[in-house]
Design a protein around this ligand. Structure first.
Ligand code: PEP
Ligand code: MG
Length: 573
């Protein structure tokens, strides 16, 4: 028996076989050309086209073989992907590039991009197929290189996915009926792997050094709350997994009213990445959307999405929440979410670079056009649409953003508080906008100067860090100071939280005690957060918040709060 220790990001205890995600493929060098003709009978272009077709046929045969063993939806998906791998449009486009001198790998790479962009521009069902095209493209390049394809592996039985890290785009091919837990060697508690795991409600451990030495079919026990992975599980681990299944079934569905024990309201909203998530969040009774990550609607786009495509994407979300609040965040491109039409991939420090709102200086016009599309979509729906900008550092930026919103006819501008300077000057930001929303993921990485994607920095990247809680406190205090200065008994403007901290039921209690006005999280986390909040009085929440802020470390803060919330252990959280 061997144990690996990482950072637990989603609770849950499961036992199952491991599947290792092969490492990412590097893009073939851009402009990679065919070798010169060697005078033999076959031209380099003919040879490259033949090897491409052979690789595509190999991918198709593998997928068909797996489809033959699968059942239900899984079978249909595999059959459709198998057909896609020899799709005439894709192969013809690649052969055309080969005939123009591209190498086979580069040709299929570029052709895959072009076909995916075309499908995305068609929107709806066709846009969803773009992931399949990129998936088969990777498989064909891997076959040409003779290496395993960097795609979520498959198995006939539910499995525990072990990877270096996952990108937002990987979710598209992750089948939650097959994957029962996520374990990564890299990533931190605010990384996108963690966000994906919470969205899917999967137990997950990140930053677990050494886990990549596990092999396919090794059976392990994963404790998502404790952050451990144990090989050769025995009776106690099997019993713990069975108990978790029992406890998970005890959490009742959310009834649509976030509140503390005395009835004090605290709205529980959903974080969504598009219409599909929004429909699921509405079905889970979320009270609205606290964060629409619009960049998630356009990941993989090489060019700025057109007006109609944007309107359709936003309207799909608004329609899921008629009459309810939907907070749209403008494109937050950069760092781990690059959008080629906005960000420069050669920046030395992307997290500190031109990302989020800052891209308005390097790509002027994109933001104004996005706001126009949001306003158009809002005009066609009944949702109460609020708009906020990511990565705001100064009151001047907040004022400029509010002016752009006003010009687009959007009445409720706000900004995210993700940078310590914004937390410390929230009073001035709120003089210029109508609300702020704390992005604790980035606020933590910037407060602690620790890249949220790096596994070795995971313990620094912990929103329980008292420094981060102090910045949350400063933001709420700034809102109170702004209201007091405004006079006439003005109410505090809303200070929400939409970072992953809101999805941790114990931390949600602390945030409530610090005085935030709403919590936004993946819809899957709402029942647990709601259940725990309803068990605490405002006095207890305030007392725990004061003690957490005053703690000497993240561990001390977490432990002292958890010790006073026995409901967490009862629910296995
Ligand atoms: C955050 O930084 O907390 C946030 C919600 O934004 P994202 O995770 O998309 O960077
Ligand atoms: Mg952020």
């Amino acid at each position: 028996m061997q144990s690996y220790v990482g950072v637990g990001v989603t609770p849950g205890r499961v036992v199952g076989p491991v599947r290792i995600m092969p490492p990412a493929l590097s893009a073939p060098p851009s402009g990679e050309r065919l070798p010169a003709a060697d005078g033999s009978g076959t031209t380099p272009a003919e040879a490259a086209a033949a090897s491409l077709k052979a690789a595509a046929a190999q991918v198709k045969a593998e997928l068909q073989e797996r489809a033959g063993r699968a059942t239900g939806d899984g079978k249909a998906v595999l059959e459709a992907t198998a057909l896609m791998s020899t799709d005439p449009m894709l192969i013809k486009a690649a052969v055309k590039l080969i005939n123009a001198g591209s190498s086979a790998q580069r040709a299929i790479w570029d052709a895959g991009n072009d076909v995916a962009a075309m499908l995305i521009s068609l929107g709806g069902y066709m846009a969803e197929r773009s992931h399949d095209v990129l998936d088969v493209r990777s498989r064909i390049v891997a076959a040409l290189r003779g290496v395993p394809a960097p795609v979520i592996p498959d198995a006939d039985v539910p499995f525990i996915l072990v990877a270096e890290d996952l990108a937002p785009a990987d979710t598209a091919t992750l089948d939650p009926t097959k994957v029962i837990a996520l374990v990564t060697a890299g990533g931190g508690p605010q990384s996108h792997t963690a966000i994906i795991a919470r969205n899917l409600g999967l137990p997950a451990v990140v930053a677990a050094a050494g886990v990549l030495e596990l092999a396919d079919d090794d059976v392990v026990y994963v404790d998502g709350a404790g952050g451990t992975i144990t090989t050769d599980p025995g009776e106690p681990e099997l019993a713990a997994a069975a108990k978790w299944r029992e406890q998970a079934s005890l959490l009742s569905a959310f009834d649509g009213a976030g509140q503390l024990a005395d009835g004090t309201r605290l709205d529980l909203l959903a974080n969504v990445g598009g219409a599909k998530d929004a429909v699921a969040a509405a079905a889970a009774n979320a009270q609205g959307v606290g964060l629409l990550r619009t960049e998630f609607c356009f990941l993989g786009h090489d060019t700025e999405p057109g007006h109609d495509e944007q309107v359709a994407a936003y309207k799909g979300v608004f329609d899921a929440f008629p009459g309810k609040k939907v907070v749209v965040r403008t494109l937050d491109a950069g760092a781990d979410k690059p959008l080629p039409f906005l960000t420069d991939s050669t920046e030395p420090n992307p997290a500190l670079g031109v990302r989020g709102y800052r891209t308005d200086t390097t790509s002027p016009g994109v933001l104004a056009r996005q706001l126009a599309a949001i306003a158009d979509a809002a005009g066609q729906a009944s949702a109460d649409v609020w708009v906020m900008a990511p990565m705001i550092s100064t009151a001047a930026e907040a004022a400029d953003f509010a002016a752009l919103c006003g010009a687009a006819g959007l009445k409720t501008p706000g900004v995210m508080v993700e940078v310590p300077s914004a937390a410390l000057t929230s009073r001035h930001l709120l003089d210029r906008v109508e609300f702020v929303s704390l992005g604790t993921n980035d606020l933590t990485q910037y407060a602690m100067a620790a890249d949220r994607q790096l596994g070795p920095l995971a313990t620094l990247n912990d929103p329980w860090q008292p420094a981060v809680l102090t910045l949350v406190q400063a933001t709420v205090d700034g809102a109170a100071a702004q209201a007091a200065a405004a006079g006439n008994g003005a109410a505090c403007k809303p200070v929400g939280v939409c970072g992953e901290a809101a999805a941790d039921p114990a931390l949600a209690v602390v945030l409530a005690g610090l005085g935030v006005s709403s919590l936004s999280m993946t819809a899957r986390a709402i029942p647990a957060v709601s259940t725990v909040l309803r068990s605490v009085t405002p006095e207890l929440a305030r007392r725990l918040a004061t003690r957490a802020v005053a703690a000497a470390s993240a561990t001390e803060a977490r432990e002292l709060v958890r010790a006073e919330l026995p409901v967490l252990a009862e629910l296995g959280l």
